[in-house]
Design a protein around this ligand. Structure first.
Ligand code: HPA
Length: 276
């Protein structure tokens, strides 16, 4: 089943018939929101709000491990994350979609793995993930291609067909937040090859991959990053832009839910040869 992680400005999905609202507890704590399982044109879909229904989790305190684990518990094996980002690359304009294909991690204090060796959290289950965690294994996953090529391909197809302004690739830099960046930091990120900047894309992507899920991110440029425009950055600006894009974002998601094909990507083989 496809799972949607909604970011700033995306807290619910209308048109999806709600089947269940699940309050899930995980070995990694409670997720930021209940998981809503719904149905659209005969396809089941799960939805989780990253910042919580009242936007009460700041980026550095989002329970990323619990969120992905909760989605896994309800049977999610593919995740589409929606995120507001600042545009660093000058070609990007507010409102543009970016189907990112790599990341740079500048976070500082987030648990970014389920595999903590002998310090691993106790979990239940018999599948490969649970086995590795239970056995206290150390696991190094490959992130040569961190975002699922199949979901990225489908997103690009949808964005192209709908005629929305989009960029088919981009490097996402994840900062710790919750503050915005300084112009100097943005200059540094630009010189390192970042196209967009956000605060929540990491460790979400690697945690999903560690659970053998496919993961892709639909980024929406909400503002020019600090120093790119002379204006001060505000959360109001980000939320306003996301509100303007809400209908388009939902159109893309709904199309993806009904379009998704059987897997050909290999994301579910990520654990082969990964354990020490
Ligand atoms: N920086 C970090 N995160 C963001 C931004 C930004 O400029 N805009 C939206 N999310």
């Amino acid at each position: 089943m496809l799972g949607i992680i909604g970011g700033s400005g995306l807290y619910r999905l209308e048109d999806v018939k709600v089947l269940e609202e699940l309050f899930i507890d995980t070995p990694f704590g409670s997720p930021s929101s209940p998981v809503i399982v719904g149905e659209l044109k005969g396809k089941k879909v799960a939805f989780l709000s990253r910042h919580g229904p009242e936007h009460s989790f700041p980026p550095h305190l989002v329970p990323y491990r619990a969120n992905l684990w909760a989605l896994r518990e309800v049977g999610v094996d593919r995740v589409l994350a929606v995120s507001a980002v600042g545009g660093i690359n000058r070609l990007l304009k507010p409102g543009d979609f970016v189907v990112i294909n790599s990341f740079l991690d500048f976070t500082k204090q987030r648990k970014s793995t389920y595999y903590e060796g002998r310090l691993s959290v106790k979990v239940e289950g018999e599948d490969k993930v649970a086995q590795l965690i239970k056995e206290g294994k150390v696991v190094h996953i490959d992130v040569s291609d961190p975002y699922c090529p199949q979901i990225r391909g489908a997103l690009i197809e949808i964005l192209e067909e709908k005629g929305f302004r989009y960029h088919p690739a981009g490097v996402y830099a994840c900062t710790e937040g919750p503050r915005f960046e300084t112009p100097a930091e943005i200059k540094m990120l630009e010189s390192l090859g970042a196209d967009v900047v956000g605060m929540t894309g990491y460790p979400e992507v690697v945690l999903a991959r560690e659970l053998t899920m496919c993961y892709a991110s639909l980024c929406v440029v909400a503002n020019p990053a600090a120093g790119i425009s002379q204006n001060k950055l505000t959360s109001d600006e980000v939320l306003e832009l996301m509100a303007q894009k809400e209908e388009q974002i939902k159109e893309v998601i709904k199309d993806l839910i009904t379009r998704i094909e059987p897997k050909t990507c290999g994301c579910d083989k990520i654990l082969e040869g990964a354990e020490v």
